[in-house]
Design a protein around this ligand. Structure first.
Ligand code: FES
Ligand code: FES
Length: 163
């Protein structure tokens, strides 16, 4: 890779692992994670910031990895769906997606799970319209979104039943 364009050295933490790499200056983060790191859970749809399928967490914030350069993650902590699932943090949501049939073709699902997990971290349960608003940056061609909102509500139901 280093042979065809300017490269920049980065050191970053990806899913808990320290990573040192030379990255092409114009490579976006989505390509870096998929091609260089083999993290294919994030998907590339539009590659211009519209569909949300490429969402990952950088320093705890949801970002569109097609809109960020790989060079920009120097010194940052990146989490992809693989790392979040491996940590166990997504189990309740993944189970709720299965229960409510919120993943059909699955193309949007990794990003949708990362996004919905952020919703369920909020202390106050949002209304359905607010959940729809919160996921509106993630396109889903299959579900009509109802089942995804149902899954988020199911996670809130489970939390409330535990209290
Ligand atoms: S691929 Fe990044 S927003 Fe669509
Ligand atoms: S489940 Fe197919 S795009 Fe969302």
């Amino acid at each position: 890779m280093a042979q065809f364009e300017d490269c920049i050295e980065i050191e970053t933490l990806i899913n808990g692992e320290v990573v040192h790499r030379q990255v092409p200056s114009r490579m976006h983060l989505g390509d870096f994670l998929r091609i260089e790191m083999g993290l294919s859970g994030l998907h590339l749809g539009c590659e211009h910031g519209v569909c949300g399928a490429c969402t990952v967490l950088v320093d705890g914030l949801l970002v569109r990895s097609c809109l960020m350069l790989a060079a920009q993650i120097h010194g940052c902590k990146v989490q992809t769906i693989e790392g979040v699932v491996e940590s166990g943090a997504a189990k309740q949501m993944v189970d709720a997606f299965q229960k409510k049939n919120a993943a059909q073709c699955g193309f949007c699902s990794p990003a949708m799970i990362l996004t919905t997990l952020e919703i369920t971290k909020k202390p106050i349960r949002p209304k359905r319209e607010q959940i729809r608003e919160a996921i509106s940056g993630n396109y889903c061609r299959c579900t009509g979104y109802q089942a995804i909102v149902d899954a988020v509500e199911d996670v809130f139901d489970q939390k409330e039943n535990k209290q």
